[in-house]
Design a protein around this ligand. Structure first.
Ligand code: UTP
Length: 410
């Protein structure tokens, strides 16, 4: 069978033959690229939409999962810090920056980390993240291998930006880039959109595939060669977060957990953060929109709200446990988005309103695959300044105010 025939058959199986609609108009090179993209694309995500919805009518049995609160981590600070620093100095802790997202809410064409939040001088989001990592490098006297996940949409720009800024003072040989996989984007009927006549519209497949992508790219091998046993995984947009925080690392090691999740005390019962809990006896994170009134009102034995701690997308995972769950199927999240695409006549349309779905797996679902997780409370005002929007809640403005409160000049 020729590659064309194989691609044709694959499209036919998934009901996506329209992808070849403009094939005859393409140059030889474009034809080759399109066939390669068809062969590499996982179209099964499009059909799994209905199945997922049926398979997951709701959540399992939910119960509270106690967090390690500030009082306890404060009392055991010395023990945790010693354990954490020991692991860092032994080269056992790596950092993984999730920077493959599109940052659409911020509205910049560049990778989110390139956004300048400075007031009197340029201060880039990437720069703040690296500065936070350097704090621990300085404290421990050891370089923490720093892995950066990008996507096809922002890889070159991200790598170039790090290069242009000499990795903001991080030692270059400890910085590793890898790309995440892409997933096709479709209309509401699961028919893939075309971005160009020779290109299927794709978007990054969510932040849940980071470990698989790390392995596929070969960077996982590098990580193992370096002797890394723990990976601290975090979002690009929280400019106040502590990276490879020795106390957090030490606490998870001391408690002998497969993972840890930094959490903050919820500001209000209906705050829009995913809360840590147990689901069918395993650690889990329930999204804010899944919280029932009963869960919001439930109290623990101290009379405090039983589901009171929200995850801030800063996790620690034990590598050997990640390896064991690597092939597990994570749920697929179907997200409604505005997807630029070619219309019937081949004109590029940039919709003003959502017009279809993107398909994502999320890192929070990895927690549920593992046997144990330590929710570790941190002080919100000191460690949580996410930048999702330009203004308002979780914005450049709110993050600037929080940085100022922490004595960080911009
Ligand atoms: P968000 O959920 O905030 O998504 O990502 P986003 O793409 O950055 O922003 P919006 O929703 O388009 O405005 C949380 C973290 O996960 C990373 C992001 O880069 C961010 O650090 N992420 C998200 C990935 O690495 N890959 C993805 O496919 C999605």
């Amino acid at each position: 069978m020729t590659t064309y025939e194989k691609a044709y058959e694959k499209l036919k199986t998934y009901g996506q033959l329209h992808v070849l609609q403009y094939y005859e108009e393409l140059s030889g090179e474009q034809k080759e690229a399109l066939l390669a993209q068809i062969m590499a694309t996982d179209f099964s995500v499009l059909t799994s939409r209905d199945k997922e919805e049926k398979k997951q009518p709701g959540r399992g049995q939910i119960a509270p999962l106690a967090a390690m609160e500030l009082e306890e981590s404060g009392a055991r600070k010395e023990e945790f810090e010693r354990l954490g620093l020991e692991a860092i100095r032994a080269g056992k802790v790596g950092a993984v920056l999730l920077a493959g997202g599109m940052g659409t809410r911020l509205g910049s064409e560049d990778p989110k980390g390139m956004y300048d939040i400075g007031l009197t001088r340029p201060v880039y989001i990437f720069e703040r993240i690296i500065r936070n990592a350097l704090d621990v490098v300085e404290q421990s006297g050891a370089w923490i291998p720093f892995f950066v996940m990008t996507s096809d949409k922002n890889h070159e720009a991200t790598v170039q930006f790090f290069r242009d800024h000499a990795c903001f003072g991080y030692r270059e040989e400890y910085v590793f880039f890898f790309r995440q996989e892409m997933a096709p984007a479709s209309d509401y009927d699961g028919r893939v959109y075309m971005e160009e006549k020779g290109k299927i519209s794709t978007s990054p497949n969510g932040n849940g595939g980071w470990f698989v992508s790390m392995e596929r790219s070969g960077v996982g091998e590098k990580m193992r060669t370096l002797g890394v046993e723990w990976l601290n995984v975090f979002a690009v947009d929280n400019v106040l977060q502590r990276i490879a925080d020795p106390c957090f690392v030490g606490a998870v090691i001391a408690e002998n957990k497969a993972s840890g999740s930094k959490v903050v005390r919820k500001a209000a019962p209906d705050e829009k953060v995913g809360v840590m809990c147990l689901e069918d006896g395993r650690p889990s994170i329930v999204e804010y929109y899944e919280l029932t009134r009963g869960m919001m009102e439930a109290k623990d034995e101290k009379g405090e709200p039983a589901y009171n701690f929200g995850a801030i997308l800063n996790y620690l995972f034990r590598v050997r446990d990640l390896e064991a769950i690597m092939n597990n199927h994570l749920p697929l999240h179907v997200v409604e988005k505005k997807i630029p695409h070619l219309d019937e006549k081949g004109n590029l349309i940039r919709p003003e309103e959502p017009n279809g779905y993107k398909y994502e797996q999320l890192v929070l679902d990895m927690v549920h695959e593992l046997d144990s997780c330590l929710p570790y409370e941190v002080v919100r005002e000191k460690e949580f300044a996410p930048i999702k929007n330009k203004t308002g809640v979780d914005s450049v403005e709110s993050a600037r105010a929080l940085l100022a409160k922490n004595g960080i000049e911009l």
